[in-house]
Write a protein that binds this ligand. Structure first.
Ligand code: VGL
Ligand code: ZN
Length: 184
């Protein structure tokens, strides 16, 4: 039987309405993600939550010449997970883009996520979170490249849409890479 893991991508305050880099309606996925958490906890499957965890002078911030306003600065409220997210104590937290000089959209980029998953015998990932067109897309594509079967929960993701079709295009790209989309 396949062993699944739930990967919750960057469901942090700064990516929700009221945050510094808000994904429109980003907070609306929280109840869906909480249902997934319940399902995975009851099945005894592991849960991973990635987080953007930037230093104050991170290279992706505009002041440093990057594309984004400051967001998810280490140890600030904006970097906290959404307060209504019911993360169990056993959740493994994966911090990414933690140094000044490099950005990382994927939860696999310069983290130990792949080795943790493989060490625990996981072969299938269920992915949800923010943002569809950046960190969800990058994490899904890297998961496929690493050899995992990857499903994405359609009502458990939301996109930034800097350009109006960005999320749609990201979904197409993930599907082309082999990801399966479903709704709960
Ligand atoms: C993200 C923009 C900048 C994301 C992170 O989590 O999708 N987007 N940093
Ligand atoms: Zn970031």
């Amino acid at each position: 039987m396949s062993k699944q893991a739930l990967i919750i991508v960057d469901l942090q305050n700064d990516f929700c309405p009221g945050g510094s880099l808000p994904v429109p309606e980003g907070d609306q996925i929280v109840p869906v993600v909480n249902n997934l958490i319940k399902e995975f906890s009851e099945a005894g499957f592991p849960i991973f939550a990635t987080r953007d965890w930037h230093p104050t002078d991170h290279c992706s911030f505009r002041e440093q010449g990057g594309p984004w306003p400051p967001h998810c600065v280490q140890n600030t409220n904006g970097a906290e997970f959404h307060p209504d997210l019911n993360l169990p104590e056993e959740t493994t937290i994966i911090s990414k883009a933690i140094t000044t000089d490099k950005d990382a959209y994927s939860g696999f980029e310069r983290t130990n996520l792949e080795s943790l998953l493989k060490r625990s015998g996981v072969d299938k990932l269920v992915v949800c979170g923010l943002a569809t067109d950046y960190c969800v897309k990058a994490t899904v594509l890297d998961g496929l490249k690493a050899g995992f079967e990857v499903s994405v929960v359609k009502d458990g993701i939301k996109g930034v849409n800097v350009q109006p079709r960005d999320s749609e295009n990201a979904i197409e790209e993930m599907k082309k890479g082999g990801a399966i989309f479903y709704s709960i």
